[in-house]
Design a protein around this ligand. Structure first.
Ligand code: ADP
Ligand code: MG
Length: 890
């Protein structure tokens, strides 16, 4: 449904004072639902009420009238607000929270007609910090994009993305054409951009997640101010566009957060440099972080052995952005190898990680002051776990030596000025859900709080004592002192005893009964002594609450002062979680450390597809059949043929996933693997392949193919699955042929190319680096058996007929098909386009066409036409020219 609430507002004129406040809030936030605080409820009015009632299943009632019409109203209780917000945010709504800024008493004291209310916050998908509103294992990126103008011929954009929940901030300047790839990598929860970009092709698919905003002028200064530094250079080199995007993102966060900013780590420029480039189509086809339609499983799901939410987020981020430089990849492999060998260290780390709280997000909530007692506990316990992790690494006795990444993480685990001990002393053993409930701070931490609590408890004891005294004095053994929300403490006696007390004329004094309420079965009284105690108790309670708030503020301050260190510890723990998880995965056997080489090798021994393998195992299917791959120099291009369902697509993807896993810093599902670093990874599926399920059109298939041909280079890795399938046979074959030639001759990248056009294997002799391979199929008791084995050489030319025969198609039909095939082949030989030099395709797809241009037939008509200069012709000359042209027609 449309997540923009209707903006046509009823006229505000004639509204009651409270409704006038509502109109002001709605006017300032027309694209949000207004949650209007009234006592214990947030109320929605007019169209907001109807919309929210529909989404949340609330009842619509009415509250008063506005201009003669009843006002529709729907409400949610304040204490249950989070759950309702979560549902609205997930549906793409934004919510403006309009709070009461004073108590009714304060309003009365200043003779205001209504309690003052203000929008304190706009809840949007990318600016929430509440646990219930966040996905634990996914980052929640707010992405800002601004135009940067052309550089080196390419239009560029500046981008900044930040996760309010963890304080992580990155920027990048990139070609505008790569914005789609960035979106696919980050999967942002929300995007802000100026209109020109917001309305562009890249962002329109995101629909309601895109907010239009103006690009702030002087972004670099604004951003520097936000981090309290003289200039952004303090954090690295930023382009103007990056700085502007940063400022725009900050503006948005500030505006939604009621003017304040959460704690943000220093921005990291060049967030995309040094990463393996993958475009949106590639990510879709490889199903890295999520399964595409139809499938349930993705790479992340199959390899994730992390134990914490932060570790899960880190693993997802690494798989979404594998590295493209050797040193950091090797460092990660070293860390995994170490933790694989050092069982005890891994065991100790994982024990400390299991159930460890999410410190990064707890810190985020503390920084925006929307925090809960459990967030303080999360830091206390998280820091304790981090200390245990450090101890586990510290125990490692030198062999094998602790690699640098693990050593650095260990050092970061225990931050300077860690508030752990202080929190441990301060926090109560049992924490309330909310701070207002009281009891966050335990006894023995703050003397003043303890004294106030003693007073409060003494008053409580005194009330108990008074209950006994009154029972005696009034002669009612069953007298009970009870607390009532509005009336405070009252002594309750059964009706008969109450009537008797009412009839008495008691002597004045502190214990003299004063009647307050009569009910069906009881009477309620107070007395001077009871009201005194009541006052004392509520005073002591208020003061204790006030004092506790002071202590909690102090604890929060301690945490925020240590925030950079705590955030670093949280990141170190997350990184160790990922390394230990990769080692854990490998410890089961069948995974190996990939050897990264300088050359553009790609050599895998007995590789497997982790997702298909896991699915087969889960369904108790046959064992996954491992396969080798070798795209080393001299055989860079593998042309894979074989019938449908033989395992071609699986084989292609499993090798592409090896690249992703290896460069993300993990081990790979193979016996051995050797590969040169890949700079760009492409994966494409032809339209007709069942994996795409007809989602795309042939046009999409071709533009995605065009992207490969325009961008791939010698360091790239390309997987093309049935490209050219989405059109007529000859078209498709021609396209596939030309694409193969371009990949082989011009782009010179490592390529796996699966096709059902076995005619393409005719290219094997022409393209020296093309190695044909095929899927083995055999017959078993009259059944077609796919062996899922990749072997050298092309598939039998007539495998289709072979399969038909195996499948039991009647012998006459197969016989007839053989005859038809023979005659078709005969005719094809007559044309024989595939045996020759194929001049038609020589320059296909090339920007800088090499090789001979297609020969051009002489065309005298065209030449004659070209020779005519119309301006120089007389009428008579024109007529003659026309006759001359006509003569060429015959
Ligand atoms: P194709 O692309 O040739 O049509 P797929 O790669 O889609 O074939 O594979 C079809 C099915 O065969 C897969 O869903 C999987 O269940 C099974 N399969 C593929 N490769 C293997 C393998 N190496 N070992 C075991 N089963 C496999
Ligand atoms: Mg396939």
């Amino acid at each position: 449904m449309d997540s923009t609430p209707p903006t046509a507002l009823p006229e505000a004129e004639g509204a009651t004072p409270a409704m006038a406040q509502w109109f002001a809030a709605k006017g300032a936030h027309p694209d949000a639902l207004v949650f209007f605080r009234m006592g214990d409820f947030f109320e929605l009015f007019f169209a907001d009420a109807v919309t929210a009632a529909e989404v949340l299943g609330l009842a619509v009632s009415h509250r008063g009238e506005h201009r003669g019409q009843p006002v529709p109203m729907a409400g949610v209780p304040v204490h249950a607000m989070e759950a309702y917000l979560a549902r609205l945010i997930r549906r793409g709504f934004r919510v403006a929270v309009c709070e009461q800024m004073e108590t009714p008493e304060q309003a009365k004291a200043r003779r205001a007609p209504a309690v003052r209310r203000e929008v304190v916050r706009v809840v949007t998908p990318a600016t929430v910090t509440e646990e219930a509103l966040l996905e634990g294992s996914r980052p929640s990126w707010l992405l800002a994009v601004v135009p940067e103008g052309p550089r080196g011929g390419d239009e560029r954009v500046g981008a900044a993305w930040l996760d309010v929940s963890t304080g992580h901030v990155c920027t990048e300047s990139l070609p505008a054409a790569e914005l789609g790839a960035l979106l696919a990598r980050l999967e942002p929860a929300e995007v802000v951009a100026p209109e020109a970009i917001a309305a562009g092709d890249a962002l329109t698919p995101l629909g309601g997640l895109v907010r239009e905003a103006a690009v702030p002028r002087d972004g670099a200064r604004l951003a520097a101010e936000a981090w309290g530094v003289a200039g952004l250079e303090a954090f690295g080199a930023f382009t103007e566009g990056e700085a502007a995007a940063l400022a725009m993102a900050l503006d948005y966060v500030r505006a939604t957060g009621g003017g304040t900013l959460p704690r943000l780590a220093p921005p990291e420029p060049r967030g995309g440099e040094g990463t393996l480039r993958m475009d949106a189509a590639t990510r879709r086809s490889l199903e890295i972080l999520r399964a595409e339609r139809g499938g349930k499983d993705c790479l992340l799901g199959a390899v994730d052995r992390t134990l914490t939410a932060a570790g899960g987020r880190e693993l997802a981020a690494r798989l979404a952005a594998p590295l493209s430089d050797a040193a950091p990849v090797l460092a990660r492999h070293d860390a995994v190898a170490f933790l694989l060998a050092a069982d005890a260290v891994r065991g100790g780390l994982r024990e400390a990680l299991r159930g460890a709280p999410d410190m990064a997000r707890a810190l985020g909530r503390l920084s925006v002051e929307r925090f809960f007692p459990r967030d303080l506990a999360a830091l206390r316990d998280g820091l304790a776990r981090a200390e245990a992790m450090r101890a586990a690494i510290g125990d490692a006795a030198g062999v094998p030596p602790v690699p640098p990444l693990v050593r650095a993480a260990a050092a970061a685990l225990v931050p300077e000025g860690s508030p752990r001990a202080e929190l441990a002393r301060a926090l109560a053993a049992e924490l309330p859900a909310r701070i207002e409930e009281g009891g966050v701070v335990g006894p023995g931490y703050d003397g003043e709080l303890d004294a106030l609590r003693r007073l409060r408890d003494d008053a409580r004891g005194a009330i108990l004592a008074l209950q006994m005294d009154l029972a005696q004095a009034w002669g009612v053994a069953s007298l009970k002192i009870r607390h009532h929300q509005q009336l405070g403490f009252l002594a309750e006696v059964p009706s008969a005893a109450g009537e008797a007390l009412l009839r008495q004329k008691p002597a004045p004094g502190p214990m003299a009964p004063i009647h307050r309420q009569s009910m069906a079965s009881a009477h309620r009284f107070t007395c001077g002594a009871l009201s005194d105690l009541d006052r004392k108790l509520s005073q002591a309670r208020e003061e204790a609450t006030r004092r506790e708030a002071v202590v909690v503020r102090h604890l929060r301050k301690l945490c925020l002062e240590a925030a950079p260190g705590i955030a670093a510890a949280a990141r170190a723990a997350a990184a160790l979680d990922v390394h230990a998880a990769a080692a854990e995965l490998a410890s089961g056997g069948g995974w190996c450390r990939p050897e990264m080489t300088e050359r553009a090798d790609f050599c895998v021994t007995q590789g497997r597809h982790p997702v298909v393998e896991a699915a087969l195992r889960r369904n108790r299917g046959p064992a996954f059949v491992p396969n080798d791959a070798d795209l080393s120099a001299g055989r860079r291009l593998c042309l894979l043929t074989g019938p449908n369902m033989a395992g071609k697509s699986t084989y292609l993807r499993q090798n592409a996933l090896m690249v992703v896993l290896a460069q993300a810093g993990l081990f790979v599902p193979a016996e051995a693997a050797r590969m040169g670093l890949v700079d760009r990874l492409f994966s494409r599926v032809g339209t007709a392949d069942d994996i795409a399920g007809g989602r795309s059109t042939f046009m999409v298939e071709m533009s995605e193919t065009a992207a490969v041909l325009n961008q791939a280079g010698p360091r790239s890795f390309v997987v093309l699955d049935e490209v050219g399938r989405g059109t007529a046979t000859w078209d498709g074959l021609a396209i596939a042929w030309a694409v193969l030639e371009a990949l082989h001759d011009r782009l010179r990248c490592r390529t796996l190319f699966a096709t059902h056009f076995h005619e393409l294997t005719a290219l094997a002799g022409k393209l020296p680096e093309l190695a044909p391979a095929s899927m083995r199929v055999r017959e078993h008791r009259g059944q077609v058996v796919f062996q899922h084995l990749v072997g050298p050489g092309a598939a039998a030319r007539s495998w289709g007929l072979h399969v038909a025969r195996l499948a039991g198609v009647p012998r006459e039909v197969v016989g007839r098909a053989e005859a038809v095939l023979a005659s078709l082949e005969e005719r094809a030989r007559g044309l024989d386009p595939l045996a020759g030099e194929l001049p038609l395709f020589g320059a296909a797809g090339g920007r800088a066409a090499e090789g001979p241009q297609p020969a051009v037939e002489p065309d005298p008509l065209r030449d004659a036409l070209a020779a005519i200069d119309p301006d120089a012709l007389t009428p008579r000359g024109a007529l003659e020219a026309l006759y001359r042209l006509k003569s060429h027609m015959t």
